[in-house]
Unconditional design. Structure first.
Length: 294
């Protein structure tokens, strides 16, 4: 009798194990889908709110649209002193300049740290890593004073020129880790063929750094496009406002705020970021995985 009970217990556990093995992927996908919905709910709510009348946005926390208002986009596009196209172009100018500056300066600095030998290399590399720990609020005052003396306030120069000096240490470190993964035998073979250090960088290292360069491009695009604090400090002319500053202009602390228009333009401002991540996701994952930063 005991043997028969034990056999039934073993059979029951085996059946349960087989059943759990079959339903486990379904359970995992349901949990992940639920988690994704929770994380995406604010974005979905913002998109839905951009299609609602202003007086109904905060009354109904749901995501169903009863009265579709497409005119929020038309009104929001021309609600400020300049058409929203102006702010998109201003942001595009700052983003393109920042991307170009980071790609050129950070790649050269990374090549120097990874391949060249010079005095104080380890010391300066440590200083570079320490600069990652400094928040922007620590250096914003001396930077503002410097740029004020140069006459760069209310221009895009303070937002672009520092990128040409490899000030984003995170990207330098990322590229250094990537270059260290490239075999040195390639450098030696190129040197035997008569290439100098500049030729090795341009013809050998740089073409192999495409994943790291793509990762730098995507991160720079997203961070610069969404940057508010630096642009708020240096840009005071509404004609030169970028997208984050323009969105802030929709909220007026002294009178009524145009929430519907603001949410509509917020959706518009998310489209470039979404497209950049969608098109560069493959390079982003490959670039991070191959640099050892996981």
């Amino acid at each position: 009798m005991t043997t028969e009970t034990l056999s039934r217990t073993v059979a029951t556990r085996r059946t349960w194990g087989i059943t759990w093995t079959r339903i486990r992927p379904l359970v995992i996908h349901v949990v992940l889908a639920g988690s994704a919905l929770v994380m995406l709910y604010p974005v979905i709510w913002m998109v839905v709110s951009s299609l609602r009348p202003g007086n109904e946005i905060f009354r109904d926390p749901g995501i169903l649209v009863k009265d579709l208002r497409i005119e929020n986009y038309r009104v929001g596009w021309n609600a400020l002193t300049e058409p929203f196209t102006r702010y998109l172009l201003n942001s595009a100018l700052v983003v393109l300049g920042s991307i170009l500056g980071n790609l050129v300066s950070c790649s050269m600095a990374a090549y120097a740290f990874a391949r060249l030998e010079f005095s104080g290399k380890k010391f300066w590399f440590a200083i570079m890593l320490l600069s990652i720990m400094l928040p922007i609020h620590v250096v914003i005052v001396p930077q503002y004073i410097l740029f004020s003396h140069l006459g760069w306030i209310n221009t895009v120069l303070p937002l672009i020129v520092p990128k040409l000096l490899a000030t984003d240490a995170f990207f330098v470190f990322l590229m250094v880790q990537f270059i260290r993964g490239i075999p040195r035998e390639l450098d030696e073979a190129a040197r035997i063929d008569g290439c100098g250090k500049a030729s090795i960088f341009l013809r050998i290292i740089l073409p192999l750094m495409v994943p790291a360069l793509a990762t730098t491009t995507i991160f720079t695009f997203i961070w610069t496009w969404n940057d508010f604090f630096s642009q708020l400090i240096y840009l005071t002319d509404p004609h030169k406002y970028t997208v984050p500053l323009a969105l802030r202009s929709f909220v007026d602390a002294t009178s009524s705020s145009s929430w519907g228009s603001m949410f509509a333009m917020s959706v518009v401002s998310l489209v470039p970021v979404f497209l950049a991540f969608l098109l560069g996701q493959r390079f982003l994952i490959k670039g991070i995985a191959t640099t050892g930063i996981k």
